[in-house]
Design a protein around this ligand. Structure first.
Ligand SMILES: [Zn+2]
Length: 91
């Protein structure tokens, strides 16, 4: 049995890297960096998606407020609370 652990990263072709893992880590130096970059990209995508969702909710709320004279006030209030956009809906 080797004195060091092997990298457990599964490559795109389905094979395991097997390079020597960094001390107290499950991956080699290269794949620790690859995984760190992947996490950063995933975090950025999630933040972007949340921002988009927030903007979409704000746009819906704004358009509903423009139609407030045509919509039942209780229903409008309920919808705006559901959208949870800061401002009139979260009173
Ligand atoms: Zn590796």
């Amino acid at each position: 049995m080797p004195k060091f652990k092997r990298c457990l990263h599964v490559k795109n072709d389905g094979t395991v890297c097997q390079a020597p893992a960094m001390r107290r880590r499950s991956c080699c130096y290269f794949h620790i960096d690859v995984r760190r970059r992947e996490r950063r990209k995933q975090k950025a995508r999630m933040e972007c998606e949340l921002r988009r969702q927030g903007e979409a909710q704000a746009a819906i709320a704004l358009n509903l407020l423009r139609l407030r004279n045509l919509i039942d006030k209780q229903l409008l209030s309920k919808i705006l609370r559901e959208l949870c956009v800061e401002g009139e809906c979260c009173e």
